[in-house]
Structure formats: structure tokens, C-alpha cells
Design a protein around this ligand. Structure first.
Ligand code: SF4
Length: 629
């Protein structure tokens, strides 16, 4: 098998030791990458009940069987662990350059356990591993740290995955960045790194990865650059990026506003994609070998406010969570808030949603100005946003409470404040309203790592016969459109297939924006790419099975970690009608229909509908009955 190293690095930080596991073709075909590798090791060597911020938690940095090849949109670093935010299986993916570099450095994944007795970073170069002291780096922001590490190692091509002060201070939604502008954003996996005193992992590989048919891989990349980029979905991503969603969600009547109390933000013109592009936007960036180059970059140079373009720019999720949801429309303030979250490594979605929760508490008298360290946390108060982020990063005053995430903060505040929290399994919902996309709602409720918008294509891709999803994913068995508002059996089937498919994309280290139905590269070309990299006859069915296997494994991990069927829920707000805009008085999801949909999904997955536990027969079918031991 080509395209892999066959080696997984295991690092014990407590004893400053490392070893290498080798695996053959069957392991790689069965687990393919990402969460597949991680769950294999988590079930082998870790108790699902461990405290997430203890040395016994495992932190896995994974690539896949195709990452590192020069194909389109396959650069992803997948980090998994037990999440300190949800208390269950945690996973987050990032683009960039780090994962391809790890492959070139000789490893397919790094499995980390233990805790260093002082701050340190790992240095991995061409198969060699060193433990380096990082006392001088601790507390510094990420831009400075990357420069210092490259200077110390004498190589400016070193790729650095690292944490900033927010993750060091164990903000429960602390994240991990590589190359300063790419983020393993969700689930608080940066806090796990912080709890291990691990500031960074620097990698450098000077050997090229062996690929079975490099010419074919390059042909697929050239097709994407020339033909794929003519397809509207790719063209839009390149020109406006995800910020196009600001306008489309507003027009639907579902732009998250005022902590989900409204679906319309009156100042939408200030924050829509075109405005960003035409004002403080700069030329976009991309990831390793990817011709789509969809990453936003912004720059501000005002006397009182400077935003450094090296930290990228806000995606739609961030403009929603640090903008409309707080009723803040200043692009400069949102861009600065985004830069702060990025260089101090905290997740923008959870940060914004936790602040929105605090604002609603403040406006309803559940938090006083004194309790907020003198800040007036009214919606729309842009002067409060940057100081509050600073407080969260440093766990200072009210920031210490909000660094715990909205669910834990509500438990401490009490007084009925939990009704202002919108989360699933402890993770704050992303900026997509499930009342207009019920499939996204099913995914929020069912995702093993809590509410997240990157768990399937969204419902509008399957709304009618001419929808791009219907036209491009027939090989998955999707033939008919489904109403975005329905929660009937046809929606359950559609999103079960999409969940498995999306999981497969994630496990392959592929970016959803590269592949149908969210990107230009068709399914047959994806399979072609996998075969050209590996030199094996790997099929779509085999890859989908690997994904389904991992979903079963993560489900069991969560049940063993203490979750139950009761945790597969949707926030109450989405069972209420919209209060404004074109959907005023409409939109509430039918509670009973939604519950029936969940139970149907359990059955379709071969899970016991009473308990949501995968049946033994299902585990045998997927070849993972070994996890029962
Ligand atoms: S589509 Fe965008 S995010 Fe995805 S790999 Fe390409 S440049 Fe990176």
C-alpha cells in the first residue's frame, strides 16, 4: 500500500518517551484515518471515563490514507480526544499544511498520553522525535511562538501546530492552530493540549511521500483548478467564501440574531460577504495543494485598532457568533475579536455563543454590572466585546465563569438562566438554524461531538430536482429531493447517508468544500484519487463502511463516558416559532415528529431504539466486536 508511512508515533509526555506502532494494509483499509485511527487507540488504551483534563486522556493528531498527496482539498489535520467541553468523544478538523508535513516527516498519526512536568514542545523531523523545553514560549501569542520555534530550529519551513494562552488557561473551548490561520476549532481540544503542558508540535519532512500514481493525482488537481472552479459552488467559495451565508440566511429569515431571539439583523448590510470583500478584505489564502483557495483574510490599520492579516479573517460562523448573534455590526470590531480568538486560540463559535448567553442574562437581571467587572453586557455594545474576550482568555473575573462554556456557566448562575443556553452535549450550536434546515437539527442532536454544522451537507442542497446535491450524489443512493422543513422518514434516511458520507470525508482528511455536494470534485474522482494515492482497489462502499464503523465506535465511547439517549436533543428555542422576519409566527419544529425521527435513525443504524446503543449484531457486522472487550 502506498500513500502511507505505516507508522504511528506514540508519545508519553510524563516519561518523555516515544515508540512507533506499525500497521499493515488491513488496519488502514478498516480505519482509513482521522477518528478511525483515534478511536482504535482510544478503545485500546484509554478508559472512556477519564477526566478530559487529566494526564490519562489521550490526544491524537491524525492524517489519513490520502493526506500528503498533491490532490485537491485533502490537507486536513484531524485531532481527537475526550472533550473537556462535552465530556464525550471529541473531534475537530483543520486545513493548512501541518498534516501533509507530518506524512512527509514519516508518520501517519501521533498518539499522545501523559503530562509533561513543565511546558514543552515536540519536534518531529524525518522520523526523529525530540522533547524541547517551552518555558520561554508559554503565555505568548501564537504568531510570536511560531517565529521563535522556527528561529530556534533554524528552518522557516517548519510547520507548527500550537496553542495560545486561552488553551493554556484551559478555557473549555480552547482550540489548536497551525500556520496561525487554520484551526481545530471545536470541542476544546486545545485545552487538552494545555492540560498536558504541550505548547506545540513542530514538524518537518524532507522526503516525499510514495504515491502509486502521482500523474493521475496531479491530473485530478488540474481538473479541479480548470474545470471544477467553473462550477458555481467552487467559484463562490473562492470569491466570497463562507461569508455568502450571511445574506442567504438573512433572506431566509434565519440569520442568528440576539442569542437566537430573532432571525433578522437590521444591520446585515454591514456584515454581508460582499461588504467584507469590498472593504477590509484582502486576497484569500488556501491550504496545501488546494486550488480552491477559499480562506478569508482581512486587515485593519486604524489608529486605535490594528488587525493583522497573518491570523486570517472571519468565516461566516464567526461573523454570526461575534456579530449578528450579539447585534454587533462593526466589521473592524468583529475582525479584531476574530484575531484575538485566533491568536489566543479559543473557538469563535463557543466564545460568541457564551457571550450571547451572558448578554441575555445581563439584560434580564441575572448578571449585574458588578458581576461583569463593570462591563455593560447589552446586546449591541461593541465596546464590551474585546475586553470580555480578553477576560475569558485570561480567566479573569467574569471571564473565568464564561471560560467554562455556556452550559456550565448557567449551572453556576442558576436563577433559570439555562433557558438562554443553546447547546447540545455541552457544545454551543453553530450559526445555522435547524428550523429552516431540519437535517442540520438532526445532526446537531445526534453528532457524537455535540452541536456542529460540519456534520453533513445542509438541507438546501437537496431541496429540489435541480439542487446540486441531488445532481451529484446519486452514487450514494440519494435520488429524490426532500423538503428542508420536513422531519419525516425521507429526511431521516437522507441525513443518515449524508452523516456517514461526511464522516468519510472527514476521516480521509478531505475538506468538504472540495467535494460534492459542497464542492466541485465528483464522487467518482474522489474514489479515483484514493486509488491513485494508495494503489489499492478501495471502493466507495469500503470507505462508507469505515465511516459507519467509526460512528458506532464513537457512540459506544460516549455511552461508556456517561451519555445516554437523553443527550441526543435539540435546544428548546428551536421548538418555538420565529418572532420576526418572513418566518414570523412559523418554523417551530414538531417535537414529537423530531423524537420519532431520532428513534427511526437509531433503528436504521442498527442501534437499540430504547437505549441508542449499537446492537452486538451491528458491531459484528462492522467487524468491531472487539471493542466490547
Ligand atoms: S477548499 Fe478551502 S478550506 Fe478546503 S482545502 Fe481548499 S483552501 Fe482549504
Amino acid at each position: 500500500m502506498q500513500g502511507i508511512n505505516g507508522k504511528i508515533l506514540k508519545v508519553d509526555l510524563s516519561n518523555k518517551k516515544h515508540s512507533v506502532d506499525t500497521h499493515g494494509e488491513n488496519f488502514y483499509r478498516k480505519y482509513i484515518g482521522g477518528r478511525g485511527f483515534a478511536l482504535y487507540y482510544m478503545f485500546q488504551d484509554m478508559d472512556p471515563e477519564v477526566y478530559p483534563l487529566s494526564p490519562d486522556n489521550m490526544l491524537v493528531f491524525s492524517t489519513s490514507i490520502i493526506v500528503g498527496a498533491p490532490g485537491p482539498a485533502i490537507p486536513r489535520l484531524i485531532v481527537c480526544s475526550k472533550s473537556p467541553l462535552t465530556g464525550g468523544f471529541g473531534e475537530s478538523e483543520a486545513g493548512g499544511f501541518w498534516a501533509p508535513e507530518l506524512k512527509k516527516a514519516g508518520f501517519d498519526a501521533v498518539v499522545i498520553t501523559g503530562k509533561a512536568d513543565e511546558p514543552m514542545y515536540l519536534w518531529i523531523k524525518d522520523g526523529k522525535v525530540e522533547f524541547k523545553k517551552a518555558n520561554n514560549l508559554w503565555g505568548k501569542e501564537t504568531g510570536e511562538v511560531q517565529d521563535l520555534i522556527r528561529e530556534q530550529l533554524g528552518d522557516d519551513k517548519v510547520r507548527v501546530a500550537q496553542i495560545g494562552p486561552g488553551s493554556e488557561n484551559l478555557v473549555r473551548y480552547g482550540n489548536i492552530t497551525n500556520d496561525l490561520g487554520h484551526f481545530n476549532g471545536r470541542n476544546g481540544l486545545g485545552a487538552v493540549m494545555g492540560s498536558k503542558n504541550l505548547k506545540a508540535i513542530a514538524v518537518r519532512g524532507t522526503k516525499s511521500l510514495e504515491i502509486a500514481d502521482k500523474k493521475r493525482v496531479q491530473e485530478i488537481n488540474r481538473w479541479t483548478a480548470r474545470e471544477g472552479m467553473k462550477i458555481p459552488v467552487a467559484k463562490n467559495l473562492h470569491e466570497i467564501g463562507t461569508l455568502a451565508s450571511v445574506r442567504s440566511n438573512y433572506e431566509t429569515g434565519a440569520l442568528p440574531t440576539r442569542n437566537w431571539n430573532k432571525g433578522q439583523f437590521t444591520e446585515v448590510e454591514e456584515i454581508d460577504g460582499e461588504t467584507w470583500k469590498n472593504t477590509i478584505g484582502k486576497e484569500g489564502k488556501g491550504c496545501y495543494a488546494c486550488p480552491i483557495r477559499c480562506k478569508r483574510v482581512v486587515e485593519v490599520n486604524e489608529n486605535s485598532l490594528v488587525v493583522d492579516p497573518k491570523y486570517g479573517g472571519p468565516e461566516y460562523e464567526t461573523v454570526g457568533s461575534l456579530g449578528s448573534i450579539l447585534e454587533i455590526s462593526s466589521r473592524e470590531i468583529i475582525a479584531k475579536a476574530n484575531e484575538m480568538c485566533n491568536k489566543y486560540t479559543i473557538d469563535t463559535i463557543s466564545t460568541g455563543m457564551t457571550i450571547a448567553f451572558a448578554m441575555e442574562c445581563f439584560e434580564n437581571g441575572l448578571l449585574s454590572q458588578d458581576e461583569c467587572d463593570g462591563l455593560e453586557l447589552n446586546f449591541g455594545n461593541q465596546d464590551a466585546l474585546l475586553p470580555l474576550i480578553d477576560k475569558i482568555v485570561n480567566r479573569d473575573g467574569i471571564g473565568d465563569l464564561l471560560a467554562e462554556g455556556s452550559l456550565r456557566a448557567a449551572k453556576k448562575i442558576g436563577k433559570g438562566s439555562s433557558k438562554y443556553v443553546h447547546q447540545v452535549k455541552g457544545q454551543e450550536v453553530a450559526m445555522h438554524d435547524p428550523r429552516v434546515k431540519t437535517g442540520v437539527g438532526l445532526q446537531y442532536a445526534l453528532a457524537d461531538y455535540g452541536a456542529d454544522h460540519m456534520k453533513a451537507a445542509h438541507d438546501p442542497f437537496y431541496a429540489n430536482q435541480t439542487s446540486y446535491g441531488i445532481k451529484t450524489t446519486k452514487p450514494l443512493g440519494i435520488y429524490e429531493p426532500v423538503d428542508p422543513f420536513s422531519v419525516g422518514s425521507e429526511k431521516v434516511r437522507l441525513f443518515m447517508i449524508l452523516d456517514i458520507y461526511w464522516t468519510m470525508i472527514d476521516m480521509l482528511g478531505a475538506c468538504c468544500f472540495g467535494f460534492v455536494p459542497r464542492g466541485p470534485v465528483p464522487l467518482n474522482m474522489l474514489i479515483d484519487l484514493v486509488q491513485a494515492v494508495t494503489g489499492l482497489d478501495i471502493s466507495l462502499k469500503e470507505l462508507m463502511d469505515a465511516a459507519e464503523r467509526s460512528i458506532d465506535m464513537a457512540k459506544i465511547f460516549n455511552l461508556e463516558a456517561g451519555f445516554s439517549k437523553k443527550d441526543d436533543v435539540l435546544p428548546e428555542r428551536f421548538f418555538e416559532n420565529f418572532s420576526d422576519g418572513p418566518l414570523k409566527g412559523k418554523g417551530a419544529i414538531d417535537r414529537e415528529a423530531f423524537q420519532s425521527a431520532l428513534e427511526l435513525r437509531y433503528e436504521m443504524m442498527g442501534w437499540n431504539p430504547e437505549t441508542s446503543r449499537p446492537k452486538k449484531s451491528k458491531l459484528i457486522k462492522m467487524g468491531i466486536e472487539w471493542i466490547l472487550d
